[in-house]
Design a protein around this ligand. Structure first.
Ligand SMILES: Nc1ncnc2c1ncn2[C@@H]1O[C@H](COP(=O)(O)OP(=O)(O)OP(=O)(O)O)[C@@H](O)[C@H]1O
Ligand SMILES: [Mg+2]
Length: 346
């Protein structure tokens, strides 16, 4: 096998679990075959996906070559070579709009924001689905009080999503026997599970599919952008993280792969003392605005740290549905701003 033949054969190889080829995903940096010895350099966004692709190439071609040396090009986030997201697949043709909610960091309130924005959209009369794309730390079911539910199949062999607060919900947590069952999946398996959730769940016609992303800027984020035309990206951050590289990476990843940005939500932005009602800007003010200026984003809203928000959320009582008027308004106002920022198909 010469260099050209091997390059073509690897390009045509399917990425395990995805119906996309390694060539489509632009994961090859270089291939060289000399006297039957092949040197292959891969461009992959994570160690998991490097191992997945390496194993697939070895399985397919090791018997045709004297040696096969597969290495990984040091690349990742900062070079922002995220492949062909310009013409993504559409695994969710039933959804008129897809909103992806992300942040570079964990624990900033992505899931809380996703749940409450999805419900706020449903309160406006839209049909809304919420996909928990956090396969390793799924907590949408707990936040929506659906954690005791388990998935069922309908007569067409489609998965029936859970429903509460007027939205349809799907999460891997609904497929595991208990909510603390750990998932020890390779990222390629996680990615296939999510694709199944897009394709094999009976979502019905949706005005909005809201996706709660896992923390980080890895395979899941990339795959979602390649498998779905994302109508709008929303970044969630906290004031102490506005200057962090992780948040900038999350913004740049979306911008680099041309996801239209609805804007940024600054969560846990300030604190209102429950007794005196005094406002404390624990982390200073203006961080969210400065970040928005830097990346040309709209500041969609600032949500304070509020004990009721935490308690309600963690008890499966979303503030936008069951909180007081002030709490509801935080999320409803964000939705109004978001609807004004992007031309949604509604
Ligand atoms: N505005 C808020 N005020 C008080 N607590 C909040 C607020 N927003 C979120 N929380 C709480 O912070 C914790 C983390 O929130 P959440 O799970 O939404 O974050 P996340 O970014 O999705 O985390 P992960 O990265 O683990 O998925 C939860 O206990 C949640 O109830
Ligand atoms: Mg989360």
């Amino acid at each position: 096998m010469n260099t050209k033949a091997l390059t073509e054969a690897i390009s045509a190889l399917e990425y395990p679990g995805l119906s996309r080829t390694i060539g489509d995903l632009k994961l090859i940096s270089s291939v060289k075959v000399t006297d039957g010895n092949a040197n292959i350099e891969l461009l992959t966004v994570s160690d998991d996906s490097y191992l997945t692709v390496k194993t697939a190439i070895e399985a397919a071609f090791s018997h045709e070559l004297k040696s096969l040396n597969i290495t990984k090009k040091a690349q990742v986030s900062k070079d922002t070579n995220y492949g062909t997201t310009a013409t993504p697949n559409n695994r969710a043709p039933y959804a008129a709009n897809v909103i992806a909610i992300t942040s570079g960091k964990g624990g900033v309130g992505k899931s809380t924001v996703s749940v409450n924005l999805a419900i706020a959209l449903a309160q406006l009369g839209y049909k809304v689905g919420l996909l928990d794309a956090d396969v390793y730390g799924p907590n949408v079911p707990r936040l929506t009080n659906t954690d005791l539910e388990k998935i069922t199949w309908n007569d067409d062999n489609k998965i029936v999503p859970s429903e509460n607060y007027g939205i349809k919900i799907m999460s891997v947590a609904l497929t595991t026997p208990t909510s603390d069952t750990p998932l020890v999946w390779r990222s390629s398996v996680a990615v296939s599970a999510l694709i199944q959730f897009l394709e094999d769940v009976e979502w019905g016609e949706l005005d909005f599919m809201v996706i709660d992303m896992p923390p980080g800027t890895g395979d899941i984020q990339l795959t979602m952008a390649q498998e779905l035309p994302i109508t709008a990206g929303v970044i969630v951050t906290t004031p102490q993280l506005v200057a962090s590289d992780d948040v900038s990476r999350a913004i740049r990843m979306f911008q680099d792969i041309h996801v239209p940005m609805a804007g940024l939500v600054e969560n846990m932005s300030y604190f209102i003392a429950p007794d005196t009602k005094n406002r404390y800007d624990i982390f200073g003010t203006g961080g969210g605005e400065r970040l928005c200026e830097r990346y040309n984003l709209k500041l969609l809203g600032q949500i304070p740290i509020d004990m009721d928000i935490r308690e309600g959320s963690d008890n499966g009582e979303p503030p936008v549905a069951l909180g007081n008027e002030t709490q509801k308004k935080y999320y409803q106002d964000i939705v109004q701003k978001m609807l004004g920022e992007i031309e949604f198909k509604i």
